[in-house]
Ligand binder design. Structure first.
Ligand code: ZN
Length: 222
C-alpha cells in the first residue's frame, strides 16, 4: 500500500464506489469529493455520503450547480426525458464538458488537501459517447493539470478498459460484490440497488451483473 493520499471522484454509483474500494486497497489515506450539480435525485448525494461514512473516508461536496447555467440536460431537468443516444447522437443525459470540469475541480481540491493521486471511474468501453470519458482526454488533462498547477498529479482510471461485467468482477475481487449491489445508486430514477430495472443505466448495470454472475456460477459448476 502506498503511503500517499488519494482523492476519489465519487458519486455513490457502482463505478465510483468500486473505484473507492480499489483506492482503499492502494492508498493509505483516501478522501472523496462529490459534485452537487443539481442532480434530479438529490438521493444520489445522500447515498454517496452514507457509503463514505460506512467506509470511514472523508466526504466533501462541491457545489457545481453553475454547470446548469451553461446547458440543459436530462440529469438535472425534470422536463427532459432520459433517453439513449441513437445514430451517433449523444444521450439526453450528456452534460458537455462535465468530466473535464469535475476532474479539474477535483485536482484543485486534491492539491488543497495534499493529495497527489486522483481516481475517477470514467470508462471508455461502455462510454455513451462522452468525449471527456476517453483515455486520451484523461491523459491529456493530466498533463495540463500538472502544467497548470505545477504539480505531479497522477490520475488513475481503474475502470477505463473494463466493461460492466468486468467492473462487477473487480468489485467481487475487492470482496465487495454485495456491498456494491446493495448500497450504490446508478438508476436515473433515484432508486438504490437494483434500481427501476428499466432506464438505460439500470439496463447496463443489470446486463453486466447477469453476465458476470452467469460466468461465476458456470465456473463453480465445472
Ligand atoms: Zn433505473
Amino acid at each position: 500500500m502506498r503511503e500517499e493520499k488519494a482523492v476519489v471522484v465519487f458519486s455513490g454509483g457502482q463505478d465510483s464506489t468500486t473505484c473507492l474500494l480499489w483506492a482503499l486497497e492502494q492508498f493509505k489515506e483516501v478522501a472523496t469529493v462529490t459534485f452537487d450539480y443539481g442532480q434530479r435525485h438529490h438521493e444520489e448525494i445522500e447515498c454517496a455520503r452514507e457509503i463514505a461514512q460506512e467506509l470511514g473516508v472523508s466526504f466533501h461536496v462541491l457545489d457545481m450547480k453553475l454547470i446548469n447555467q451553461l446547458s440543459a440536460n436530462a440529469l438535472t431537468r425534470e422536463d427532459i426525458e432520459v433517453k439513449a443516444g441513437k445514430d451517433g447522437e449523444l444521450p439526453s443525459t450528456f452534460v458537455p464538458g462535465r468530466n473535464h470540469l469535475f476532474l479539474s475541480f477535483a485536482a484543485v481540491y486534491a492539491q488543497a488537501i495534499g493529495a497527489r493521486h486522483i481516481i475517477t471511474g470514467v470508462c471508455e468501453t461502455d462510454f455513451s459517447g462522452y468525449p471527456d470519458c476517453r483515455d486520451s482526454f484523461v491523459k491529456s488533462l493530466n498533463v495540463t493539470l500538472n502544467l497548470a498547477m505545477d504539480a505531479q498529479f497522477v490520475i488513475h482510471t481503474p475502470l477505463m478498459w473494463l466493461n460492466k461485467e468486468e467492473t462487477w468482477k473487480l468489485a467481487d475481487e475487492l470482496n465487495a460484490l454485495d456491498f456494491v449491489r446493495e448500497k450504490t445508486l446508478t438508476c436515473y430514477h433515484g432508486i438504490r440497488g437494483n434500481g427501476c430495472g428499466e432506464c438505460p443505466a439500470c439496463e447496463l448495470r443489470k446486463q453486466g451483473l447477469n453476465a458476470y454472475l452467469d460466468k461465476k456460477e458456470g465456473g463453480k459448476a465445472k
